[in-house]
Design a protein around this ligand. Structure first.
Ligand code: HEC
Ligand code: HEC
Ligand code: HEC
Ligand code: HEC
Ligand code: HEC
Ligand code: HEC
Ligand code: HEC
Ligand code: HEC
Length: 332
């Protein structure tokens, strides 16, 4: 906060008019960030508007025609910054409307694609959309006059989250979630975002499992069979590295998570074809009758990481027989 206020004063005295003229016709509402036709891999982004106009006294932001709750800001400022704008998988149309005396006077739009491996129809962006890496010189240039964007490890938040250099722009990636991941909860963001990877100065080491392994024992590493995305090191396809509403920081309920890549499993009988009128084994129960502290899900039978069984069955490895696998729950 301290950095911000100091630089804002300097900025508004000296550079503001110059940048204003260079960027766009002064006085018209425009979306400075995100760039039109860009794609991101995050469901929560910042939206920064250019304004400073007398043609509006309030703004409204909507995504795919759903209104977003945004705080009101002093509209006279040339840049208006908002965090916590929520996207859905796939194409998002961001529409910003300027109002004066309650009447619509201005409008600006931008299209942003939210790419994710968990949404088969959104797993790749349309060809015209370009990946936008913000934390590089081009992206940060617009913001650095007012925001401190030179980060050092020593700048981590020892005295509370709002002292973190990341807090102002990314606070919503942790807030309002039931579970927050240890290192993120103390805003040790630079532990993982150390920029040692190549493409952005705050990028994480890829594949993820390299950084996760610093703190987590990945005992499935020496199993005979490893599950596709785990074997590829893509831990964050399933686990949000920051925070989530689901246990284990899963991005969805386990059943939905697995079905997002194995949808076919839901449409044919699983495991059992002869019992239960051919309907297959139940795939969900809440709570699990055999383990009442958890839900019964795909992961009750399959280890999501790997095992010595070729379909990663839990409790199979001890004996290596299907009978003992079934008996781990059923006293048959
Ligand atoms: C003219 C100075 C200025 C520029 C340029 C600027 N900001 Fe800001 N920004 C501020 C000020 C002042 C605040 C604190 C007041 C507020 O929340 O509006 C702020 C707050 C924010 C917030 C927090 C908003 C909230 O609701 O809590 C975000 C996110 C943000 N800026 C992102 C950016 C990004 C990204 C850029 C570059 C694309 C940028 N800003 C450019 C001055 C600026
Ligand atoms: C001035 C605001 C601002 C500050 C301060 C800031 N970020 Fe960002 N960051 C952004 C914006 C804008 C994006 C683009 C996506 C979005 O809108 O959330 C972004 C994207 C990212 C990304 C995705 C990769 C990329 O380069 O686009 C990572 C990772 C990230 N930020 C980490 C951090 C960390 C860690 C810190 C603190 C050391 C930090 N950011 C501080 C505004 C900011
Ligand atoms: C345990 C390691 C870890 C910690 C700690 C961590 N991150 Fe991340 N972060 C990641 C990984 C991994 C990604 C995904 C990058 C990818 O897959 O491209 C990511 C992605 C991001 C992104 C891009 C958008 C998104 O949601 O995927 C932002 C922004 C970000 N982190 C900000 C932060 C901030 C701010 C903090 C501190 C509160 C933080 N991160 C702490 C590992 C971490
Ligand atoms: C700097 C150390 C550190 C790193 C790096 C780290 N974690 Fe963690 N993780 C923790 C701590 C501490 C906990 C336990 C506290 C908690 O639940 O937040 C934890 C808990 C978890 C849990 C919940 C475990 C349980 O039994 O409830 C999962 C899942 C997890 N981390 C996944 C990851 C993934 C995936 C990565 C890599 C992107 C990662 N972690 C990187 C420190 C780390
Ligand atoms: C296909 C999705 C998926 C991938 C990929 C994945 N996990 Fe998990 N992970 C899960 C699920 C589901 C659970 C919860 C299992 C349960 O309910 O018992 C879990 C549980 C965990 C736990 C806590 C319990 C345990 O087994 O120790 C940790 C830690 C963890 N994962 C870390 C990782 C790391 C590190 C990676 C990358 C090497 C990774 N996961 C990759 C789905 C995944
Ligand atoms: C991001 C996509 C993704 C997610 C999410 C995912 N899987 Fe997979 N799964 C794969 C891939 C890729 C393979 C390897 C496919 C192959 O080799 O045929 C695989 C293989 C498997 C196999 C072995 C299949 C076979 O025919 O040998 C099982 C069993 C399995 N997954 C179960 C699960 C379970 C249970 C979950 C949820 C915890 C899950 N998967 C989540 C992508 C995913
Ligand atoms: C009651 C335990 C159990 C549950 C629950 C379960 N599975 Fe399975 N699954 C098995 C067994 C056993 C096999 C091996 C079947 C065989 O070899 O005929 C298997 C095989 C598979 C395979 C590979 C063969 C195929 O049918 O494609 C996939 C993929 C798979 N399961 C995914 C899932 C997903 C996704 C879920 C949750 C929606 C799930 N399983 C729930 C026990 C279970
Ligand atoms: C991880 C625990 C677990 C394993 C392993 C498991 N089951 Fe089940 N099974 C369940 C649960 C939970 C139910 C649902 C019970 C209920 O709703 O009361 C169930 C139900 C059943 C039913 C009754 C189906 C119905 O429609 O009512 C049969 C039959 C069955 N299992 C057979 C098997 C067989 C055969 C195996 C081995 C291939 C097996 N189960 C492995 C947990 C398990």
């Amino acid at each position: 906060m301290k950095h911000l206020i100091l630089t804002v004063i300097v900025y508004s005295l000296s550079i503001l008019p110059a940048v204003g003229e260079a960027a766009t016709t002064a006085g018209h509402l425009a979306i400075a960030f995100p760039p039109d036709r860009s794609f991101v891999e995050s469901g929560i982004i910042n939206v920064v508007l250019q304004g400073g106009a007398s043609t509006f006294d309030g703004v409204q932001i909507s995504v795919n025609d759903r209104k977003q709750a945004v705080p009101s800001k002093p509209i006279s400022r040339y840049y208006l910054c908002y965090d916590g704008i929520r996207l859905s998988y796939g194409l998002n149309k961001i529409r910003v409307t300027g109002f004066k005396d309650g009447r619509k006077t201005e409008e600006a739009t931008a299209q942003v694609f939210y790419r994710s491996d968990l949404s088969p129809s959104s797993s790749s962006a349309p060809p015209a959309f370009r990946k936008y890496l913000f934390h590089g010189d081009a992206g940060e240039k617009v913001c650095s006059p007012c925001h401190e964007l030179n980060f050092t490890k020593s700048g981590q938040a020892k005295d509370g989250p709002d002292r973190s250099p990341c807090y102002m722009c990314h606070k919503k990636i942790l807030s309002n979630y039931r579970f927050v991941h240890g290192p993120a909860a103390v805003w040790s963001c630079l532990t993982c975002h150390d920029g040692k990877s190549t493409n952005s100065k705050l990028s994480v080491i890829k594949p993820d499992d390299k950084s996760c392994a610093d703190c987590h024992e990945t005992s499935w590493g020496n199993k005979n069979f490893k599950h596709g995305p785990t074997a590829a090191g893509n831990c964050t396809t399933c686990h949000d590295p920051h925070a989530a509403d689901k246990p284990f920081f899963l991005r969805m309920d386990t059943g939905d998570l697995c079905a997002s890549c194995h949808e076919d499993v839901l449409y044919r009988p699983h495991v059992l074809t002869t019992f239960s009128g051919g309907g297959g084994h139940p795939l969900r129960r809440s709570p699990d009758p055999f383990n009442p502290l958890k839900d019964f899900t795909c992961a009750s039978c399959h280890n999501p990481h790997g095992s010595n069984s070729s379909v990663f069955l839990n409790a199979y490895e001890d004996s290596g027989t299907m009978h003992s696998f079934c008996r781990s729950c059923h006293k048959m």
